[in-house]
Design a protein around this ligand. Sequence first.
Ligand code: 3AL
Length: 174
Amino acid sequence: MDISRVNTLSYEDFVNNLGNVVEKCPIITAAVWSRRPFESLAALEAAINDFIDALPESGKEGILRCHPDLAGRDLQSGTLTRESREEQARVGLDTLTSVEVSRMARLNEEYKKRFGFPFVICARMNDKETILRQLSERLGNGLEVERARGVEEVKKICRLRLQGLVRNDANNKL
Ligand SMILES: NC(=O)N[C@H]1NC(=O)NC1=O
C-alpha cells in the first residue's frame, strides 16, 4: 500500500490496517486519521509521534504498559500480537535457554517494580545479547530518563512496523 492509498482509507480500514503500529494502542491510529491527507510516510509517522509527544506523562506510561514483556509469559503462552511475536522471534527470543529465560524474567520483574511499566526496546534493532545488556544497564536510570527512553523505543518499533505496511515512495523518487 502506498501513502495515497492510505489517504483514501475509511477510518475503519485505517485502524484495521495500521491499528497496531503502536502496540495495542489503536486509539493513536484512530486519532491521527483526522490529520490526513498525509504527504508521505514520514508525515504519517510524524503525526503519530506528535500525538505521543503531546500526551501527559501518565499517557506515555500507559503506552509503555501496553507492551508485553520480551521473552515473557505472552511469548510462552502464544498470546502475543502477530507483530510482537515476529519481532521477538526474529532476534531469537523464542529460543532462549531456560537459564536465559529466567534471567530475562528476573530483570523484567525488577524493572517493572522499579518503574511501574515494562522495559521496552526495539527488538529488531538489537540482538538478545544487547537486549539483556540494555535491560541491566537501564535498570540503573531514573524514572524520567527511562520513561523518555521507552517512548523513543516505541517510536522506533512504530517506524519499522509502518515501513512494513506502507511503501516509502520518497525513496523511489530519488
Ligand atoms: N517489551 C518490549 O520491548 N516489547 C516490544 N519490543 C519489540 O520490538 N516488540 C515488542 O513487542
